[in-house]
Design a protein around this ligand. Structure first.
Ligand code: ADP
Ligand code: MG
Length: 249
């Protein structure tokens, strides 16, 4: 049994079958990549996992409990945290202020109306956020406006914000999309570091094969909403169906 078990999930958008009988098992403490051409259903699947979309049929179990029908914040509290395709940080706030927000949410279970109002008294939150910035190697950027950072650093901050919630499963939707090669390589190194230092399972949707083959232990190939094949990176590389459907050969 994997920490995440997806069984026979179907999702239609009108006449379009976005997901057709999707089965996926993600083993605990592994990095599992989900690849496939544009429109294959990767983001739709991720949205099902985090409660943003409800599938028409099928089941999704995380750590033995069903996530279906739960609100996204409840699924987050169960231990699933998600990084979006475009960085979701607060550009007007500093790096430190950004990091404090999920720390409040983790402690209090919800955002307060103005979580930054009583910052001075919140020493536990400050300490937690500072520690996370140290872990992310961003402490020297704590006073910077988040909007002024490079794409790679925004992504680094966002991943740190997710980790501050201490998830057991981290979901990433194309975390290196639109990045220059140096930022992409930094993101690969960051994810390797996270994996080495924590008990965490990572499921990553990724277009960039360099990223996939640098990180993944298992790969599922989605094509037209249905898993085509699931295997180790070495087997996936040589798979004729994958070369045909995904690499366009
Ligand atoms: P991927 O992330 O693999 O590129 P998506 O999951 O975003 O693919 O989309 C799968 C298919 O479902 C695409 O054909 C897309 O146009 C369609 N789709 C996605 N979301 C919606 C939606 N909310 N309404 C209608 N069609 C959608
Ligand atoms: Mg997508």
């Amino acid at each position: 049994m994997g920490i995440l078990e997806v069984k026979n999930v179907n999702k239609r958008f009108g006449g379009l079958q976005a997901l057709g009988n999707v089965n996926l098992s993600v083993a605990e403490n592994t990095v599992h990549a989900i690849i496939g051409p544009n429109g294959a259903g990767k983001s739709t699947l991720l949205n099902v996992l985090v409660g943003k979309l409800i599938p028409d049929t099928g089941s999704v179990m995380f750590d033995g409990k069903s996530v279906l029908g739960r609100a996204p914040y409840e699924i987050n509290q169960m231990g699933i945290s998600r990084v979006f395709q475009t960085p979701e940080i607060f550009g007007d706030l500093t790096v430190m202020e950004n990091m404090m927000i999920p720390c409040f949410a983790k402690r209090d279970g919800a955002f307060e109306l103005n979580p930054l109002a009583s910052v001075g008294k919140q020493t536990d939150i400050v300490e937690r956020a500072e520690q996370m910035l140290i872990d992310m190697k961003m402490i020297d950027k704590r006073h910077m406006h988040a909007a002024s950072m490079s794409r790679g650093d925004k992504r680094r901050l966002e991943i740190g914000m997710c980790l501050s919630q201490q998830p057991r499963l981290l979901l990433l939707d194309e975390p290196t999309a639109g990045m220059a090669r140096a930022d992409t390589n930094n993101t690969i190194d960051l994810l390797k570091q996270i994996k080495a230092e924590r008990d965490i399972t990572i499921a990553i949707i990724e277009h960039d094969m360099h990223v996939v083959f640098s990180l993944a232990e298992r790969i599922t190939v989605l094509a037209q909403g249905t898993p085509l094949v699931e295997d180790t990176p070495d087997k996936i590389k040589g798979h004729p169906k994958v070369r045909e459907a995904y690499l366009g050969e």
